[in-house]
Design a protein. Sequence first.
Length: 777
Amino acid sequence: MKQMRMLYGLVLFLLTASLAYSQRGADYVTMGDGAWCWFSDPRAVYDELSGLLFFGFTSSEGDIVVATYDYQTGIIDSTIIIRHLERDDHTAPSLLFLPNGRLMVFFTHHNEGFYYTTSLKSRDISAFEPVKNVDVGRMMYYTNPLMLSEENNRIYLFFQGGHHWKPSYVYSDDLGKSWSGPITLVAKPGASNTNRPYVKVASDGKSSIWFAFTDGHPRKEICNSIYYLKYEHGRLYDAAGKEIRDTAHLPVNQNMVPKVYDGEKTGIRAWIWDIAIDQQNHPVMVYATFPEDSKHYYNYAYWDGTEWNNYVLGRAGSWFPRYIKKKEDYEPEPHYSGGIYLDHNNPQVVYLSRPHSDIFEIERWETKDHGRTWDHTMVTENSERDNVRPFVVRNYKDGLLPSVLWMNLKHYSHYSDFISVIKGNKSASLFSGDITPENVTKVMQAVADWQIEHFDPPRHHPLHWTNGALYAGMFAWSQQIDDPKYMNWLVRIGKKYHWQPGFRIYHADDYVVTQTFLDIYKIKKDDRMLTPTKARVCWIMDHPSHTSMDFRNSTPYTTDRWSWCDALFMAPPVYARLYAITGNKNYMKFMNKEFKVTYDYLYDKDEHLFYRDSRYFDKREANGKKVFWGRGNGWVMGGLVRILQELPAGNKYRPFYEQLYREMAAKVSSLQDENGYWHASLLDPESYPDPETSSSGFFTYALAWGINAGLLNKEQYLPVVRKGWRALVRAVYADGKLGWVQQIGADPKKVTKSMTEVYGVGAFLLAGSEVYKLTMR
């Protein structure tokens, strides 16, 4: 046996990093809500006759689920075999097809006997026989079924446990109608009942079975080694073909079995992950080793016909379970690596999970020389959640995706505490930008749900200005969808902070959130939602600021006035709402006076755009043109809409705002690019060529509202809105994340696809709410 060809602590990667298409784990198709362990297989099998992928998992609610994926239609069907069995990924099912095409499903209750059932129809999971339970001892878990055609279709079920936690099996000669008693496969003489070797199984389905197993659990065995056996025609052999024992005289004495990896010699414990057979009928294994509990390595073992060759692929990171714990607390599962698995169609390919920037990602590794050197490509990249425990679909067909499945984790602290989905390596369907009620609703719901799910822990204080647009958009969405959860989410935030504005008395940013509080008040009529905002605004009107508007010579009080264009979204709509609610004209009088001060100071009457603030009066872009920030002008147009919504026809203030709105609408429409986007710089898109969705969202919102309100010509502006909406939808990831949002700033900056922010989501939802109304016209 050849030991490690690469040294721990100084791992030299003999590989070439290859370029390949990769994306976030969230951007791949979701196969189901659940999880699995890696000691029950096969978890997923391709069936060529039906063209379906059959797979199973344990749901986050503890349901045992079997599902199919139709490669032609992309439709996923699922059946719950048993509800709420146990929230434990050890219970995940394994699958076996009978000769007539009916599907057998095996699973366990943790530390109990095994369960099984069979589908009533061939290659159909719509109905199953009643679930049966076979008592083989309370310490049994994991199921690994297989069938040998040359033994008259005898079914073997391998598992760990029974009465003593040793690798064991039962068999059936009548296709599962009855079962033998439990038979121990391998054990160490004198070992205690708590010693529990872990076993992985592979088979050709004809006459042979291959086993890889350990001394025990690496938590208990500090020098945990890995062993190999082959079964054929009632006998067990080592890799060289030497007979070890016949099955009439089991268990095999584990001390007599040659080691693949010798933990006693290296002083480093290991844990088996998978075994497969290559085209030369040589066994191949992958396993993890642990020089330290927090330092994991992946390894590849290959039998060349004479000896075992072991190679270290590289660092695997540490354990993947995450939860809040004290530094001194011991991790209960320190050997839970991200996972490594062989491609059984070609065992020179492995898929593994290891951390990149603290997030576990899936990688594909391939060797042409049985493990000496490797190429690798990323399957997932830049993910926001861990991707772990990859599994290669058994018997997959080249060209059909998904061929690899894995767990994408929202939460995993322990095998009995997880929220996870199963992902597959096929890009998820994206959303349609066609303007129909169904399409608009679908993408809005995905974006709203993604943001709510990612709101805690918040990036900003819930009363921070960034959330003002988000709450406004979420409120608009809550009025469109027949689901109270969105309004309830907003109400919970308002209640938590007693419907108060932010902390700075004058600063417009600190009362933008109250726009939504006032909108909710209009529905609920609860004075607690109104009083704090009235008190703040009345105090400001009674004690108006007279500070300078000039940012170039700014003092701490410059932002007491609406001295930057963003403020025209933040503050004026609050005054307009208070006017609409109370009828008190003083709100509009004050708002109009202050708005016009800002208008006179920052509005360029030639360009029909607003400077962000006075610092940009004399600045120029690379092309020599004036600096007009995309989102800044988006804030203004969004603010104009939200003022006009509150001003009835005939109101003396309305003509000024309508005229300004129309001027800006005409200018902004002329600046949309051919793909439907606006850019961080409105007059120099060549310097900032990437899309920018917060400005695009606000502009699409404002223009769509103008059509709906009758202020803009539909024939002229609807094509602009259609292009804008399609562009916004293209920026939405498959899981609902909105990309291409410029981060917090005051002027044009570089944007990347992965960038998002809550105000961008708010602008998107506001745009969607008006686009949806267009579909109703």
